[in-house]
Design a protein. Structure first.
Ligand code: NAP
Ligand code: MG
Length: 477
């Protein structure tokens, strides 16, 4: 038998010009920060990529003032049709510069290039195209036409450019201006986006990017002169933000964590379900708020399904995020890697059985193999808490009612998956699941026309679709 040596197929990083240092993007220009600059690293190699300015409280002040001025003097006075031209222009530039954005995203975040290239960047462009279309049609939105003013937006590190698009596109379409803080570990695509705003001739101050860590985010959401707070990240920080803005007139949307159930019934097409399970939990290293992190499988097919799943997991290729064949890239940071390790150790200590395929981890960088826990009970912490890594907990059920009860036994409520050959069963189960999104015979599908958001500790408000406009227009929650 011929044995083939694996030949890597890395995407060239020559297309990206990473500067040695970056300032803040305020009032249409890059300016120095008054805080202590920090470094962003490539999590696959630990190489320092650039030094990034930290926005102090005073810098946040300046950025909010710039956004306020642009709101009052320019953006809120412009017709929707004019605003749309800018949004379409931004969408087209994202497409034109898509390779550059994808490579930069993979280098700064650690995600596989095939995901940044085929999902993150095209979907980010799609959100700008979609909301550009709404800008001159707000009277048909059902939520009025009056913008709120200045939006403070804080986003996480798992989908840096895509979360930026989810936040900025609807805000601008509705006539608001924004100050956005990217996550400390993944600021680079937001800074490239700032250049795209310049390239699109977006009026100064309409978009401002303030880099920094939690303190910068805290200063931004607590600023007296912002009218809207939009946050995506952990439930813990989301709760702190809700406390900060309580008692003010600021409108708030929170997109927080999740612990989605992916429910497989005995009549499901099993090989398709295995692909959906793999996509549900190993896409983006499991750093996904709506990840299908709890597999609920009907007892009668559990052995068969798990055997197929293990076989499939053994074929996943982990390694260089820029290699076009890589399925699982690097964990975004050492802190996140340590969180994942700690929760997995607890899973074992609590009695669940841990399995991972044989997998060589690179010596530098932050890596975690695709991992499966069986023998999990609902009381186990790995079944209750968000791991936010490539770790799947498997539970079994006997009846649809038991599946629904177990799926809903979580403080979260962001997403769920149902796999069955019977449409009637899917509809019946989906109607009983307390989750913002339920995917049927598929998983992790995102589309700008479709609203996304959660129940309970997964937050409130919707992003995407017509519903996503409500968060940025006056008088409607
Ligand atoms: P996080 O702390 O909630 O970070 C989200 C964003 O909020 C980041 O930009 C962060 O800044 C900023 N931030 C932190 N403290 C803040 C504060 N007091 N006020 C305002 N903004 C603040 O999330 P994380 O620490 O990166 O991850 C922790 C856990 O959260 C993960 O293990 C995962 O379970 C969950 N998570 C969920 C999502 C999601 O999409 N639902 C995304 C990321 C993480 P810096 O990052 O720059 O410090
Ligand atoms: Mg980084």
């Amino acid at each position: 038998m011929t044995v083939f040596e694996y030949a890597p197929a890395p995407e060239s990083r020559a297309i990206v010009d990473i500067r040695a240092s970056y300032g803040l993007f305020v009032d249409g220009a890059f300016v120095e920060g008054r805080g202590t600059a920090f470094k962003t690293v490539n999590p696959a190699t630990e190489e320092v990529l650039a030094e990034v300015a930290e926005a102090s409280d005073a810098d946040v002040n300046t950025a909010v003032a710039a956004a306020r001025k642009a709101y009052e003097k320019v953006w809120s006075r412009m017709s929707g049709a004019e605003r749309a031209k800018y949004l379409y222009r931004i969408a087209r530039i994202i497409q034109e510069r898509s390779r550059e954005l994808a490579v930069l995203e993979s280098i700064d975040n650690g995600k596989p290039i095939k995901e940044s290239r085929d999902v993150d960047v095209p979907t980010a462009a799609a959100y700008f195209f979609y909301y550009a279309g709404w800008a001159d049609k707000l009277e048909h939105s059902g939520y009025g036409t009056t913008p709120l003013g200045v939006a403070a937006q804080v986003i996480p590190w798992n989908f840096p450019l895509l979360m930026l698009a989810w936040k900025i596109a609807p805000a601008l379409a509705c006539g608001n201006t924004v100050v956005l803080k990217p996550a400390e570990t993944t600021p680079l695509t937001a800074l490239l986006f700032a250049e795209i705003c310049q390239q699109a001739d977006l009026p100064p101050g309409v978009v401002n990017i303030v880099t920094g860590a939690g303190a910068t985010g805290h200063a931004l959401v607590g600023h007296a002169s912002v009218d809207k707070v939009a946050f995506t990240g952990s439930t813990e920080v989301g709760k702190a933000i809700a406390r900060t803005v309580a008692g003010t007139t600021k409108k708030v949307t929170l997109e927080l964590g999740g612990k989605a159930a992916n429910i497989v019934f005995d009549d499901a097409p099993l090989d398709q379900a295995v692909e959906g399970i793999v996509n549900g939990i190993f896409f983006n290293q499991g750093h996904v708020c709506c990840a299908g992190s709890r597999l609920l499988v009907q007892e009668s097919i559990a052995d068969d399904l798990l055997a197929r799943l293990k076989r499939r997991m053994s074929t996943l290729r982990l390694g260089d995020p820029l290699d076009k064949n890589t399925d699982i890239g690097a964990i975004n940071s050492r802190e996140q890697l340590e969180r994942i390790r700690a929760l997995c150790d607890i899973g074992e200590a609590e009695g669940a059985e841990r399995w991972a395929p044989a997998c060589d981890l690179p010596s530098a960088g932050f890596w975690f193999p695709p991992t499966l826990f069986t023998g999990v009970t609902q009381a186990h912490r790995i079944a209750r808490e968000e791991v936010f890594g490539p770790v799947l907990s498997v539970l079994t059920f006997r009846t649809p009612a038991e599946a629904v009860e177990k799926a809903n036994n979580t403080p979260y409520g962001l997403s769920a998956g149902v796999w069955s050959d019977k449409g009637s069963l899917i509809l019946k189960v989906a109607a009983q699941l307390r989750a913002g999104v339920v995917w049927a015979n598929t998983f992790n599908k995102f589309d700008p026309t479709s609203p996304f958001g959660g129940y309970q500790e997964s937050g409130y408000g919707r992003e995407g679709g017509r519903h996503g406009l409500a968060a940025y227009l006056k008088g409607h929650q």
